[in-house]
Unconditional design. Structure first.
Length: 261
């Protein structure tokens, strides 16, 4: 069994797919498998995936599933000691797994780790760098102030229940990772280990109405289950909910703007 199971979910993802998969095959760390979930693509996604060797395990959903459901479908196939994620339009730098698995192997009290990211445009040109500020350890209070976890950079020790909230359309990853960080110590690699592609038609742009709603639901659930966290981190708690209010305001502004135009 491979040490790392890498979950990839794809739907009509042919444009950047080979570049994404190649970035896994180019890893200096070699003990991995790809669990590829084809969410009923109608393009050449299947042919591209099957052109590789048996390190990719291909599965197709019975119908097109919402993102959270598709990811949970894939999670059931991931049996590795560690779990990682890569979307079909993003890229890993070649030493990503090596550095993160070394960190987790050497520090057994860490349940998860994440890294910095290089943001690229549709042509692969660098447009920004997002470098974490938190230090390895109990990073939850910092994430309440400034959430900085890019899903493509995450590696999780696969020995706890891991499941995405299927009711969330925009941020099931935020919901899952905040729950993990509220309970466990987490490693932070401050250097960029991934390239995250910013697309004009991304889910972030389409789901602005869900930003505040889902962030609030995630926070409400965490603090309902762990009320001592609110008492322990009152300033961070306040700042997190101010961010929720900001997201609501952003959405209402877009409605007003659309009426005005």
């Amino acid at each position: 069994m491979a040490k790392v199971s890498i979950l990839m979910n794809g739907y009509n993802s042919e444009k950047y797919l080979k570049e994404a998969i190649d970035s896994i095959y180019n890893q200096t760390f070699k003990d991995w498998e790809i669990i590829f979930i084809d969410n009923c693509s109608t393009d050449t996604t299947k042919q591209i995936v099957l052109s590789y060797d048996k390190k990719i395990k291909y599965f197709k959903t019975h119908k097109n599933l919402p993102l959270g459901e598709a990811r949970n479908f894939g999670l059931k196939k991931c049996k590795g000691e560690y779990l990682a994620f890569l979307d079909t339009d993003d890229i890993w730098l070649k030493d990503k797994l090596d550095r993160q698995i070394s960190m987790l192997d050497s520090e057994q009290d860490l349940q998860m780790c994440y890294s910095g990211a290089i943001w690229i445009d549709e042509n692969g040109e660098e447009i920004n760098r997002d470098l974490p500020k938190a230090k390895s350890g109990y990073v939850f209070p910092y994430q309440l102030r400034r959430y900085e976890v890019n899903m493509q950079s995450v590696v999780i020790r696969n020995n706890i229940p891991i499941e995405f909230n299927t009711k969330m359309e925009f941020s099931p990853d935020y919901d899952l990772f905040m729950k993990i960080m509220s309970r466990y110590r987490v490693g932070v690699e401050r250097e960029p280990l991934i390239k995250y592609r910013k697309l004009s038609n991304s889910l972030t742009t389409k789901k602005i109405d869900r930003w505040g709603v889902e962030m609030r639901e995630s926070l409400d659930n965490i603090f309902r289950e762990n009320p001592e966290l609110k008492r322990k981190y009152p300033i961070e708690y306040f700042r997190a909910y101010m961010k929720v209010a900001y997201y609501y305001a952003r959405y209402y502004f877009t409605i007003i703007k659309s009426y005005a135009s």
